[in-house]
Design a protein around this ligand. Structure first.
Ligand SMILES: [Fe+2]
Length: 322
């Protein structure tokens, strides 16, 4: 079956909503769409809500929301999943209201991740507004962005996303990075180059989620905001060979990563030919700790100086022995 399926929303359970709110608004450039003592809802476009955060100990993704076009598309996918032996539960009206969608069904992928497939995302009553962005987030038919999901059995997870949910192969990257083997396969269900990628197990349910902005400057501005806010940059600015995304990676307050990108190419199923790449970046995407260390002789004239490492947010001492 061929239908469009795209990332519609994400739910996170986070240890500190108080840490997430300024991170989401001031670093990512998202807009608060709902807030109470136990929850924080965030938007990034004309949809009512795209991120559902609750406070708790998990510090992880609690739900992946996958969107199809309409009710008949949801019915067809449900029938296909049931025929494939996938356990499904219909979401209640209350659950659909909470997600701000028309209808949803709940299921788990082979890694046990909670998924919801839905249609009919509510529109927000007012246009999206961010004090941080000079452009906008790229969503629409491409959906919210992409996720690299943890998969202890990559073969089973890939078969599930492809054969059960209907994602199509985009391409694959196999290489070695800093001595570690990397083998990631990328899948699309819409013009977005990939909405889900699978490479193996991760400490959290995702390695990262990605949001895309419509201007290169917005990536640079977000990079500066991350540095100034003490957010830990995990990969510097760089460009991927497969989706052509210009992006950087950093850690969320919950420990999983985000990618902030611009300029990705889209996929047309009529002409797309999957490729295997032997490198994960054309350039850049370096861990900051691999950059040239500062020469201690450049330090200010004192025997011991306190410094602040913007990439880790931790203070350190630089000894001047020379
Ligand atoms: Fe990514």
């Amino acid at each position: 079956m061929t239908h469009d399926i795209r990332l519609g929303y994400l739910g996170f359970e986070v240890r500190s909503l108080a840490a997430w709110e300024p991170f989401a608004v001031d670093v990512l450039g998202l807009q608060v769409s709902g807030r109470d003592a136990q929850s924080l809802d965030l938007r990034c476009d004309d949809r009512a809500t795209r991120f559902f955060l609750t406070e708790g100990r998990a510090d992880d993704v609690t739900v992946f929301g996958w969107e199809v076009d309409d009710g008949p598309a949801l019915d067809a996918l449900v029938a296909h999943l049931r025929a494939g032996g996938v356990d499904l539960t219909a979401g209640t009206d209350e659950e659909a209201r909470r997600r701000r969608v028309t209808r949803l069904v709940k299921l788990r992928d082979p890694a046990g991740h909670p998924l919801e497939v839905f249609h009919g995302g509510d529109r927000a009553p007012a246009p999206f507004a961010s004090a941080k962005l000079v452009s906008s987030f790229v969503t629409g038919e491409q959906g919210l962005g992409h996720v690299v999901v943890s998969a202890p059995d990559p073969g089973r997870s890939m078969a599930f996303y492809r054969d059960r949910l209907g994602f199509r192969l985009s391409d694959r990257i196999t290489c070695e990075i800093h001595g570690y083997p990397v083998d990631v396969t990328f899948f699309h269900g819409s013009p977005r180059h990939h909405s889900v990628a699978i490479g193996g197990p991760h400490r959290k349910r995702v390695h990262h989620f990605m949001v895309e902005v419509a201007s290169m400057d917005d990536v640079g501005l977000a990079f500066d905001r991350a540095l100034r806010s003490g957010v830990r940059i995990t990969q510097t600015l760089g460009r991927h060979p497969n989706d052509r995304m210009f992006s950087f990676y950093a850690k969320t307050p919950s420990g999983f990563h985000f990618e902030y990108g611009w300029g990705a190419r889209t996929v047309d199923d009529a002409t797309w030919k999957p490729t295997t790449y032997d490198h994960i970046s054309e350039w850049g995407h370096q861990p900051p700790e691999f950059l040239a260390p500062r020469d201690p002789r450049d330090a200010l004239p004192s025997t011991t100086e306190k410094t602040h490492d913007h990439t880790t947010g931790s203070g350190g001492e630089v000894r001047r022995d020379r």
